[in-house]
Write a protein that binds this ligand. Structure first.
Ligand SMILES: [Fe+2]
Length: 257
């Protein structure tokens, strides 16, 4: 019998919006309680995983105390944990709470991780004081270098998706240099997927040869196609990625009722 290699398993958690007060609510939802419920499901359903990746809006209040309590909650996964910031984050406080899990690139918090022949690259699209995202030429040059020095397939992670989602208010606060990122993705055939947060909803868009995925929040969900912010009464969730040795990406969203 022929044994196929086990695919690399990645879990993405995004838009946790935690606050220092564990009972604090956002849009009537206790984000801490739902995040803890999601972690319980992750532990029960995915005992073996290679990487746990948080793609921004880790906190809502950007306080150091909140990042420290997040670190405590994530203790079982620390050696396999990577994080990048969203618009609701504070780069310096993130670095203080997770010094060994973040790679500084100038002022930005990025990461680079090679697992089972796959290169995972975390980008920082945070703009201090703004809701929209921006990658910038320097970071794009760094990304190009990481893609050209690696022969195998790669997956990119960033908070702001480089696509429109058809929701006026969200598309206004999107990634301002999305065109530059998409051009870069088209020039590098080894980019198989781009994994994003920010929009608090699930979406898959083909951008050959890559797939672009957005994911539900671990807390509050946004109604798709809404003109202004509307909360969708859907359970929290997270994304699972299976990265196969032949370069295929299989991905799905799991909800936590
Ligand atoms: Fe968010």
């Amino acid at each position: 019998m022929r044994h196929l290699p086990i695919p690399v398993r990645i879990l993405q958690l995004t838009d946790c919006h935690l606050m220092a007060d564990p009972r604090a609510e956002l849009k009537g939802i206790c984000t801490r309680a739902l995040f803890e419920r999601v972690l319980t499901a992750v532990r029960a359903r995915h005992g073996t995983l290679d990487q746990l990746i948080l793609t921004g809006d880790l906190t809502h209040d950007e306080q150091l105390a909140t990042y420290k309590s997040l670190r405590e909650l994530l203790t079982p996964w620390l050696p396999r944990l990577r994080l990048i910031p969203g618009n609701h984050d504070h780069r310096e406080n993130m670095r203080q709470a997770f010094p060994e899990r973040i790679q500084p690139l100038g002022e930005r918090n990025v990461f680079l991780e090679d697992v089972g022949g796959w290169r995972l690259i975390g980008l920082d699209s945070h703009v201090p004081g703004e809701l929209h995202g921006w990658i910038g030429d320097e970071q794009l040059a760094w990304l190009t270098e990481q893609l050209t020095t690696h022969m195998g397939p790669a997956v990119l992670f960033l908070h702001h998706p480089p696509i429109l989602v058809g929701s006026e208010w969200l598309d206004r606060i999107g990634l301002q240099d999305a065109a530059e990122l998409l051009n870069l993705v088209r020039r590098h055939a080894n980019v198989r997927a781009v994994i994003c947060g920010h929009v608090h909803q699930e979406r898959t868009v083909a951008e050959p040869p890559a797939l672009i995925f957005t994911s539900p929040s671990t807390g509050v969900q946004f109604r798709p196609e809404a003109i202004s912010l509307e909360v969708e009464p859907a359970p929290p969730g997270f994304r699972v990625l299976e990265l196969h040795s032949d370069g295929r990406v299989v991905s799905w969203v799991e909800r936590v009722p």
